[in-house]
Design a protein around this ligand. Structure first.
Ligand code: BG6
Length: 476
C-alpha cells in the first residue's frame, strides 16, 4: 500500500475515439469523414497537416480507420473487459457522420443513433459512466467538400444541430460531454483537427483562427444547450496539454515559452473565461488576422465550460531561437528536445513531474475542476512464448503519472478522473500504426491490417484492475 489513496468518487477509466477504434466506416449508413481519407504511410502527414489542396481516396493505399479494431461490432466484448478492470468511466467519441452522414441533413440517421444508444446502455449495464466527445478529429467529408469545413460559419449551425440531436437522444444516458477533442491541435494539424485545406497564397493563420472562432462559438452554444436540455449535464473543453519549459533561464527563452503556452491556452482561455484574452489583439495583428465575427458571438462565448479536460503525454520546451531544424513534433506540437528527459521510441519525452506542473498551471489559471482524459505510453508490445504481454514499461509510465496526479491533488488541484488513452489498442492518430500501442488490452492486428482482431489482456490489465480496486493505493 502507498499513500496514494484517491477520493472516493474518483472516476477511473480509459479512453478511445470513434475514428481510431470503430472501423465499419460505411456501416449503418455512415458517411465518410476526414480521417477515412487519411492513409497509412508517406502520404499520411501531408494530408493531416493540410498540405494538399484536395483529398481523394486511392485504391493503392491502406486506410487504417476503415476497419480499425472493429469496435463497432465488438463493443460488447470490449466493454465487458473494461468492466472486468473495474472501470467507472469510459471515454468514447461519437462519429458525427454516423448521426448525420453528410453533416448538413436536417434529420438524423437512425442506425447511427441506435448504435451509440446500445454502447451507452452496455456501459451502464456495468455501472460505467460514458464520457462523450462530440468531435474527435472527424468532420464529415461532405462538409469539407461543400463548405470548406470550419472555415465556413455555417458549420456552427450544422454542429449545433448534431450536438442537439446527441444531447436529446442520449439524455439520461450521458452526463459528461466534451465538445472538441484537443481543440488547439487545429493549429498544428488543420485537416485532422478541423477539416481545413488551403488555397494557393492564402494566409493560413487567418483560415485557422477563423475556423477556431467558429469552433469556439459552436462549443459555447452547445454548452448552453447541454445545460438547458439536462441540468445534470457537465460540459468540458479539451486541451492537448503539456507546458512549454524555457530551454534556459535567459529571459528571451522564458518569454518564448510564455508565448508558446499562450498559443495553446488561447482556446481554453476563451472556453473557460468566456472572452478573448487581451494578448490576442497583438498576436492577430502580427499574423495579419482579421476575424469575421457577429456581435452575438461575444454573448454566446460567455457560456463557459464546467470543467477543464486535457490530454497529457509529454512536456515541451521552447527557446528564443527555436526553428524548424532544432525542433521536432511529438504529438504534432513542435518542441526543442529537452536534454533532461528520457523519451519513448517515438521521441515523446517522459515527464511525470510535467503532469503535476501542467495540472497546477491549469487550475491556477481557471479554478475549475480538471479531468485527465488522455495519458499513456505508445510502445511496441511482443507476445512471449506463452502468448502473454509483459508490458512493465507501460505500468511504470502509468504508475509515475498516477503518483504525479496524486501529488498535484495534494497541491490542492481538484481532479475528477483519469482515462488513460487507448485502453484497448487502437490506431495511432499521428502515424496510423497499430504497432504504437497504448492499451491494457492487446488487439491482434498489424500496421497493414493483418491479424485476427483477437483481444488479449496484458500484464497492465491486471495491474490497473488492482489500482482501481484499491482506489489508487496499490500501485505495485
Ligand atoms: C491525442 C489524440 O493527440 O493523442 C488521440 O487525442 C491520439 O487521438 C493520442 O491517438 C496519441 O497519439 P498517437 O499519435 O500516438 O495516437
Amino acid at each position: 500500500m502507498s499513500n496514494t489513496q484517491f477520493p472516493k468518487d474518483f472516476l477511473w477509466g480509459g479512453a478511445i475515439a470513434a475514428n481510431q477504434s470503430e472501423g465499419a466506416h460505411l456501416a449503418g449508413g455512415k458517411g465518410l469523414t476526414t480521417v477515412d481519407m487519411i492513409p497509412y504511410g508517406q502520404n499520411r502527414m501531408p494530408i493531416k497537416l493540410g498540405q494538399v489542396d484536395k483529398v481523394t481516396q486511392n485504391v493503392d493505399e491502406f486506410y487504417p480507420s476503415h476497419t480499425a479494431i472493429d469496435f463497432y461490432h465488438r463493443y460488447k466484448e470490449d466493454i465487458a473487459l473494461l468492466a472486468e478492470m473495474g472501470f467507472k468511466v469510459f471515454r468514447v467519441s461519437i462519429a458525427w457522420s454516423r448521426i448525420f452522414p453528410n453533416g448538413d441533413e436536417l434529420e438524423p440517421n437512425q442506425a447511427g443513433i441506435d448504435f451509440y444508444r446500445n454502447v451507452f446502455r452496455e456501459c451502464h449495464k456495468y455501472g460505467i459512466e460514458p464520457l462523450v466527445t462530440l468531435c474527435h478529429f472527424d468532420v464529415p467529408m461532405h462538409l469539407v467538400n461543400e463548405y470548406g469545413s470550419w472555415r465556413n460559419r455555417k458549420m456552427i449551425s450544422f454542429f449545433s444541430n448534431y450536438a442537439k440531436t446527441c444531447l436529446t437522444q442520449y439524455k439520461g444516458l450521458v452526463k459528461y460531454w466534451l465538445t472538441f477533442n484537443e481543440i488547439n491541435i487545429l493549429l498544428a494539424s488543420p485537416f485532422s483537427g478541423a477539416g481545413l485545406l488551403f488555397q494557393e497564397g492564402e494566409n493560413h493563420d487567418q483560415v485557422k483562427y477563423q475556423a477556431a472562432h467558429h469552433q469556439l462559438v459552436a462549443s459555447a452554444l452547445v454548452t448552453k444547450m447541454a445545460h438547458k436540455i439536462d441540468a445534470q449535464n457537465q460540459v468540458g473543453c479539451m486541451l492537448a496539454g503539456g507546458n512549454f519549459y524555457p530551454y534556459s533561464c535567459k529571459p528571451e527563452d522564458v518569454l518564448k515559452a510564455l508565448e508558446k503556452d499562450r498559443e495553446n491556452l488561447f482556446f481554453i482561455d476563451v472556453q473557460s473565461r468566456g472572452y478573448y484574452p487581451s494578448y490576442t489583439k497583438k498576436v492577430f495583428a502580427q499574423k495579419g488576422i482579421q476575424l469575421e465575427t457577429n456581435q452575438e458571438d461575444f454573448e454566446i462565448l460567455k457560456n463557459t465550460v464546467d470543467f477543464i479536460s486535457f490530454s497529457y503525454y509529454a512536456s515541451r520546451c521552447a527557446s528564443a531561437d527555436m526553428n524548424s531544424s532544432n525542433t521536432s513534433a511529438a504529438n504534432v506540437v513542435k518542441s526543442i528536445k529537452n536534454p533532461h528527459l528520457p523519451a519513448s521510441d517515438w521521441g515523446w519525452v517522459i515527464d511525470p513531474i510535467g503532469l503535476r506542473i501542467t495540472m497546477n498551471t491549469l487550475y491556477d489559471r481557471y479554478q475549475k475542476p480538471l479531468f485527465l482524459v488522455e495519458n499513456g505510453l505508445g510502445a511496441k508490445d511482443e507476445l512471449d512464448e506463452n502468448g502473454n504481454i509483459n508490458d512493465d514499461y507501460r505500468i511504470d509510465y502509468l504508475r509515475q503519472h498516477i503518483i504525479a496526479m496524486h501529488d498535484a491533488m495534494q497541491d490542492g488541484v481538484p481532479l475528477m478522473g483519469y482515462t488513460p488513452w487507448g485502453c484497448i489498442d487502437l490506431v495511432a492518430a499521428s502515424t496510423g500504426e497499430m504497432s504504437k500501442r497504448y492499451g491494457f488490452i492487446y488487439v491482434d492486428r498489424d500496421d497493414l491490417g493483418n491479424g485476427s482482431l483477437k483481444r488479449i489482456p496484458k500484464k497492465s490489465f491486471h495491474w490497473y484492475k488492482k489500482v482501481i480496486e484499491s482506489n489508487g493505493s496499490v500501485l505495485g
